[in-house]
Design a protein around this ligand. Structure first.
Ligand SMILES: [Cu+2]
Length: 141
């Protein structure tokens, strides 16, 4: 291999390594995420306030690297958890609160819905071990 080819070859390897590096974070074993409101079994109107609770960890906006912190993700009607080893997808069923919000006004259609909280690190990757709440069921009417 010529020198130039060799340099291109190695720069590609370095690039692939950087692109594939998933930024994981550890979490303290006593960390806990939970719903302050609503509670399991509650009935709410189509527009309601949702509040997230977090114990033994702190909230930090996405992109900010501080040990033992993360931001909330709300899983709405998610039956099967996404991969907990890579950044969480961002869609109508997995909502990111990347500004560090601990409450929000939620608007979801009438009916029965499940809600679950999952903390993600600065790069939206769940911690090791993952900080995930119990799944609650609410009725929207
Ligand atoms: Cu996120």
């Amino acid at each position: 291999m010529k020198l130039l080819e060799l340099m291109i070859f190695f720069s590609l390897i370095v690039h692939a390594t950087l692109v594939n590096a998933i930024e994981t974070s550890s979490s303290p074993s006593n960390a806990e995420v939970y719903f302050i409101s609503p509670k399991d079994g509650d009935t709410v109107s189509t527009k309601f306030i949702i509040q997230f609770g977090l114990k033994n960890m702190g909230v930090a906006p996405a992109g900010i690297v501080v040990k033992n912190t993360g931001h909330h993700h709300l899983l709405i009607d998610v039956q099967r958890l996404p991969s907990l080893e890579e950044p969480l997808p961002n869609n109508s069923n997995i909502r990111h609160f990347g500004a560090g919000q601990t409450e929000a006004v939620l608007e979801i259609p009438r009916g029965e819905h499940t809600l679950q909280l999952l903390l993600g690190n600065h790069a939206h990757v769940p911690h090791e071990p993952p900080i995930i709440s119990e799944k609650i069921t609410i009725t929207v009417e």
